[in-house]
Write a protein that binds this ligand. Sequence first.
Ligand SMILES: NC(=O)c1ccc[n+]([C@@H]2O[C@H](COP(=O)([O-])OP(=O)(O)OC[C@H]3O[C@@H](n4cnc5c(N)ncnc54)[C@H](O)[C@@H]3O)[C@@H](O)[C@H]2O)c1
Length: 338
Amino acid sequence: MKVLVTGGLGFIGSHTVVELQNEGFEVVIIDNLSNSSEDVLVGIETITGKKPIFEKMDLRNKPDVQQFFAKHNNIDGVIHFAASKAVGESVENPLLYYENNLGVLVYMLQELTKQDKSNFIFSSSCTVYGQADKLPITEDAPVKPAESPYGNTKQVGEEIIKDTCNVNPQLAAIALRYFNPIGAHPTVEIGELPIGVPQNLLPYITQTGIGLREQLSVFGDDYPTEDGTCIRDYIHVVDVAKAHVVALKRLLDQKNEGNYEVFNLGTGKGSSVLEVIHSFEKVSGKNLNYKVVDRRPGDVIQAYADTKKANQVLGWKAQSTLDDSMKSAWDWELKLRS
Ligand SMILES: NC(=O)c1ccc[n+]([C@@H]2O[C@H](COP(=O)([O-])OP(=O)(O)OC[C@H]3O[C@@H](n4cnc5c(N)ncnc54)[C@H](O)[C@@H]3O)[C@@H](O)[C@H]2O)c1
């Protein structure tokens, strides 16, 4: 079975390529290296003993996308990670985000709907829920107005896929709504490679721990949560990667119920910012330099997944604890700076 993984040299994509290869899939990666490096291929090969096929390509170039599918006419499934993901940048440059996250999605679906049968997995996000009214968050919780162009691309992306599936029964798709993927591969051969100042809590913590950043700002400790800091559902990237393989097999085995499905990928457990900091201090044996500052506009107070649907219907469950994920993230940071 041959699988196309777009954005396969990125953080979640590279871990998914490893799991696919471990399960015997032949993988073709497309990536334009806008947020990754070709060196990731070496890490993947070291872990799996196999080098995936790699095509350096910018998916915004529609003729290139068309040529790719003309050349590779035996792709059994597509896992589409390629996108831009920095919330702040999306506010500054919305058209870049609409072009890269939605324009490219349309090009992919245009090619896939030409085929007799195609299977598609989409990287969505828990940002579609905003501040949910009920916790834990189930898949049928209402989608709230997006806080940023990035968040909007995930909401509209889901709508585009759903509408396309509606009129193309030969296309089967699953949107996976990730909560907060963190950590690195336990072999420390691949991990997250944030370019510039990290946008997410975990790499900011590990970079502060190693002395690359002076101090971590904790945005608000007066929220209505137990310790006053915001709560998220942090999930190990390898657990996220494995869910993609399970979802793809569901489509390949035609076990899906309807040709468009949505699943949450989380652990079901919420952790506060202070709990995450304490986990870092525990696994690293270091004190983290952090300071509580004012709340940051737009931050959701609490978000954690109801994982029943993924557990029962998909037959997948996150295995790693926060400390496991933290340990791998810290080991990765130590390796990067050694
Ligand atoms: N990391 C998270 O916290 C998170 C949470 C929810 C959803 N997601 C989504 O999951 C997906 C993967 O996220 P990630 O954290 O691995 O991001 P990442 O930036 O590490 O990976 C994305 C990859 O896509 C490539 N890419 C981007 N635009 C491209 C284009 N036009 N053509 C070819 N390649 C292109 C980048 O070079 C990069 O290697 C994204 O769609 C993201 O929006 C991520």
